[in-house]
Design a protein around this ligand. Sequence first.
Ligand code: RI2
Length: 301
Amino acid sequence: MEIIKETYEKIKNMEIRGAGRIGRAAAKALKEYAIKISHLSEEEFIKKMKEAGNLLISARPTAVSLPNAVKYVLKGLNEDNPKERAIERADEFIESSLKAIEKIGKYGANRIKDGYTILTHCNSEAAISVIKTAYDEGKDIKVFCTETRPRNQGYITAKTLYDYGIDVTLIVDSAVRYFMRDIDIVIVGADAITANGCLVNKIGTSQIALIANESRVPFLTAAETYKFHPKTIVGELIEIEERDPEEVTTFEDKYKGIKIRNPAFDVTPAKYIDAIITEIGLIPPQGAWYIIEKYFGWLEK
Ligand code: RI2
């Protein structure tokens, strides 16, 4: 269980972060664990794999890529040769996740014209794939990155794009409306998409969507199909992770009575989203139900 516990801890403390990455890390840990316990009886193997999956899922509550990855791998336990199938399915998930990000890059880049200034928030591999692909196509683009308080993951995005040769400007989160007049398109990632087409993403995303809507700037999210949340189709709500207040600030003892709230994600209503860029193409938020039913219906059955 050591591999599983180690990955669980890394996901929990955000050493491994980003919705896609945590899904792939969970699949990889399950694969390594499966290899390690493959000498056990089939019954024992299945029991231990399920326990491992449950622990991994409990590491972070909001990004649905985590349970979707785990369930994808564990589905192999119901097939013939469960030991081999679990391992194969872990590889399948990782490979298809990486391919999805590449395809999203291609489809999303079609929405970016030469001369565009793009705004992004937080640090999303999928959104970065779109931006890098547009740049690779020779388009002259500029990117505005928000800091993304409290953990400042926007700095990672800014550095990544700058290292790639892209013109980058870093702004504080509260400067989004000030700069929106300079922005041609907003592209963010996704931690989860609900059955009614809402986007759950890093805190601050919904404010950006509102501002983009006010300024008639298209707002798109880049989301692999495993970011669509199966449980929302049966009416469950997505839990929004609330993290340690110390991520925001610490006050001296005299002010310990000041309450600090630190939600990590917020919900952007479907009406503010122009399109969801997935590996199977751009879909309107209203198409979310169809994606869940077609690709992840089995999770609920
Ligand atoms: P990719 C991140 O969550 C951000 O909210 C980002 O938009 C989202 O995951 C998707 O990222 P966190 O783990 O899967 O930083 O596109 O809390 O990389």
